[in-house]
Write a protein that binds this ligand. Structure first.
Ligand SMILES: NC(=O)c1ccc[n+]([C@@H]2O[C@H](COP(=O)([O-])OP(=O)(O)OC[C@H]3O[C@@H](n4cnc5c(N)ncnc54)[C@H](O)[C@@H]3O)[C@@H](O)[C@H]2O)c1
Length: 363
């Protein structure tokens, strides 16, 4: 099916960005929200974005006007009846999402592909609301959705090949990199991003460095634009904590650090000193080892569970999180012995299972 019209349900932070990305890709987009104020904000965001693109000479005024004309906003879901694909971005609440999909299924065609932008709910749990489950998948955009090039394409247990095949050209046309993954907690990328931030908090808790010192070490070790504490302050530690908590059932390694729970629950930000003395080389190496060990642990876990391929995990790490190199590439470069040493630093219960996965990765 060649898609022409993309419906987006929910015009908040994510939905407005997803609709914007669709019109920039040449699609007609219909953005629906039961809040008129949210729709107005989405129109303002689109106008500002297009004006900036014209200012920077990335598009012409005529192209901006054409893109703007491709967006329609509607207050009721009926306006989504003609959509070839509907991406849902309403509140992160299972009952709200299920209710929205039940309503939506009564409006759209039987061959309309339906997707959820859930961050942390199971795609399979949301699918329970649908009669035709094969046409349903997860499309997890990263914020800001109009800019971040990565989308996790999540296959639920009942998602059909046809639904995945229909979505891939849309993602390519809107210049998104599809990270294909299974419907597991954390999907492909939060599965290691959460342990990465959690390990940074553990290092802080153990007195291995201050927030600023740890951020500086990680920036240099991973080549990221900003360190884990600065990233958490952007995302907000309480939101990050809730993402970490969705992985807790995977075992002690994934459980949130006590300090993380305190700061997150109190809805505080991390204090990061502007002035600081960098850590001495030995201390910096210890922090860098722990952070990389935590990333490798989670990535080997998910590769061995078949959640996502090493190639997709690496692409996501680089494009969504600005890692200079993907975790699988880092492990291949370090080799078996050095990677095992780093895994031992974060895995008190032994590394035999992870070493098997590492052996398979290194071939
Ligand atoms: N904000 C992020 O960084 C981010 C990143 C990735 C995924 N997500 C996920 O995207 C989804 C949306 O998040 P957001 O940050 O855009 O939320 P938001 O609160 O900014 O927007 C949600 C919008 O949905 C509308 N809405 C709620 N119920 C509705 C219904 N039944 N019908 C129509 N409209 C309805 C609300 O009026 C609101 O405008 C969530 O599932 C969230 O977990 C968020």
């Amino acid at each position: 099916m060649t898609m022409k019209t993309i419906g987006v349900l929910g015009a908040g932070t994510m939905g407005s960005g997803i609709a914007l990305s669709a019109v920039m890709g040449g699609y007609q987009a219909v953005l629906s929200d039961n809040s008129g104020a949210a729709l107005d904000r989405a129109q303002t965001k689109l106008a500002k974005y297009l004006a900036r693109q014209v200012e920077k000479e990335r598009i012409t005024q005529a192209e901006a006007e054409a893109a703007s004309a491709r967006l329609a906003t509607v207050k009721t879901m009926d306006g989504l009846a003609e959509a070839d694909l509907v991406i849902e971005a309403v509140f992160e609440d299972l009952a709200v999402k299920r209710g929205a999909f039940t309503q939506l299924e009564a409006i759209v065609r039987n061959d309309t592909v339906l997707a959820t932008n859930t961050s942390a709910l199971k795609v399979g749990d949301i699918a329970e609301a649908l009669t035709h489950k094969g046409r349903f998948c997860g499309m997890h955009y990263f914020s800001p959705a109009e800019i971040n090039p990565v989308v996790e394409l999540i296959r639920g247990a009942e998602t059909s090949d046809a639904a995945i095949d229909a979505v891939l050209p849309f993602l390519a046309q809107t210049r998104k990199i599809a990270i294909r993954c299974k419907d597991q907690s954390g999907f492909a990328l939060n599965r290691f991003f959460c342990p990465y931030t959690n390990e940074a908090v553990r290092c802080l808790e153990e007195g291995m460095g201050s927030t600023a010192q740890i951020d500086a070490v990680v920036k240099s070790a991973l080549g990221v634009a900003i360190g884990p504490f600065a990233v958490m302050n952007i995302v907000k530690p309480f939101i990050n904590l809730s993402a970490v908590q969705t992985l807790s059932h995977l075992g002690a390694f994934y459980a949130p650090a006590v300090l993380f729970q305190q700061v997150g629950t109190a809805k505080q930000d991390w204090e990061i000193d502007a002035e600081f003395t960098p850590l001495a080389p030995a201390q910096a190496a210890a922090v860098s080892g722990r952070i990389r060990g935590a990333i490798f642990y989670a990535v080997l876990d998910e590769i061995s569970e078949g959640v996502a391929s090493p190639e997709d995990i690496d692409a996501g790490a680089q494009k969504a999180f600005t890692f200079a190199k993907g975790p699988a590439a880092m492990m291949r470069e370090l080799g078996f012995e050095e990677t095992t040493r780093l895994l031992k630093g974060v895995s008190p219960n032994g590394t035999a299972r992870l070493q098997d996965a590492l052996g398979a990765l290194l071939g």
